[in-house]
Ligand binder design. Structure first.
Ligand code: UT7
Length: 333
């Protein structure tokens, strides 16, 4: 039986640090409010015209170097993002051009905060069937150029950050090699798409963007924060328990949980509900904010570099977000 293993990891964030005090100069908010409600202390925002493909390139090159693979050997590049560089073509095409590997297949995944979890599951299927051998999976986002930095947008704007993370998956015949993807569970509920969304520009509207929409701020993300929060703390434990149970495990078997970095309060509540000690849950939202599809690969790369995932550990990646979408990946490290 063929499996996929994570042969390389990498991440990249912009140099510019935006602190909570910086935000409170532009809108009515405070360091105290942001820390208390979200745990976030600072985030990285790009300067000038930088899109997610540009952030993803160094992340991808680091992951490829760790895997010992040349970009030209890739069979597929999967790019998970809710903030594509341009409307079309997808950011996977732009990243492929940056890596200079024409001919390599590309695929964009639009599953918001759950994008990387879905992307790993999709990549794993191509490798398990034998159709592909080496796949680059990226989560990359630039939020900062699409946020309302006035008081009107403060509930959403203070949580988001920019960044990119990448993993290189390769085919492994032997499960004991470690870093092997064991299973995935994926879910969605489109009936609630409107509790976290960007309304415009929209191809379902004619014209797609008007002066009035711009004045209303329809081109900025809108979130019913408490409704999202309440469902997150149910869906995270549910899908984590589901992927574990399907493989004969319980939360007590988790070596390391890497939740999508939505809000530190959500991660802490999930840990409590699953009876996990804090040292078995990795969080870095304090330094990067919520980077949606990029948050899991950034956190996984940092956690591994810090020695938080030991060989043989059961590692769970889990996410919940806009769509609504949620899911989890189970990995034997
Ligand atoms: O990753 C994708 C999925 N997203 C999430 O999982 C996010 C889930 N939601 C959340 O994390 C939280 O709902 C937020 C952090 C976004 C907001 O926290 P909250 O505790 O739910 O606040 P709220 O929206 O209920 O607002 C409470 C108060 C309001 O004032 P009043 O009406 O009580 O006077 C807001 O106007 O806090 C006010 N407020 C702020 N005050 C200072 C909202 N945003 C801010 C702010 N600074 N940035």
């Amino acid at each position: 039986m063929r499996h996929s293993r994570i042969a390389g990891l990498g991440f990249h964030v912009p140099d510019r640090i935006v602190t909570n005090d910086d935000l409170s100069r532009w809108m009515e908010t405070s360091d105290e409010w942001i820390r208390k409600r979200t745990g976030i202390e600072e985030r990285r925002w790009v300067e000038g015209d930088v899109g997610p493909a540009e952030l993803a390139e160094p992340a991808a090159r680091k992951a490829l170097a760790e895997a010992g693979i040349d970009a030209a050997q890739l069979d597929l590049i999967i790019f998970a993002t809710l903030s594509p560089d341009i409307n079309f073509p997808g950011s996977s095409c732009l990243l492929q051009a940056r890596l200079g590997v024409p001919g390599v297949a590309t695929l964009d995944i639009r599953n918001q905060c759950t994008g990387f979890v879905y992307a790993l599951a999709v990549a794993d299927q191509f490798i398990r069937t034998g159709m592909m051998q080496r796949i680059l999976v990226v989560g990359g986002e630039v939020h900062s150029s699409g946020l309302d930095i006035s008081t009107r947008g403060r509930d959403v704007t203070v949580i988001f950050g920019d960044g990119a993370g990448a993993a290189v998956l390769t085919a492994a015949e032997d499960k004991d090699q470690g870093r092997v993807l064991l299973d995935h569970k994926l879910h969605a509920d489109g009936s609630q798409h409107d509790i976290l969304m960007v309304k415009a520009p929209a191809s379902g509207l004619n014209p797609r963007l008007t002066q009035e929409m711009l004045q209303n701020g329809d081109h900025y993300p809108h979130m019913v924060g408490q409704a999202v929060f309440k469902q997150a703390v149910v869906r995270f434990p549910e899908v984590i328990t589901e992927v574990l149970a399907a493989n004969g495990y319980t939360p007590a078997d988790i070596g390391l949980l890497i939740p999508h970095q939505a809000n530190l309060r959500i991660s802490e509540m999930v840990a409590r509900l699953l009876h996990l000690d804090p040292d078995r849950v990795y969080n870095n939202i304090q330094r990067y904010g919520n980077t949606t599809a990029a948050s899991i690969p950034i956190a996984l790369t940092e956690a591994v570099a810090e020695g938080r995932a030991k060989p043989g550990d059961l590692v769970v990646l889990a996410a919940f977000g806009a769509g609504l979408t949620w899911g989890a990946n189970l990995i034997r490290w």
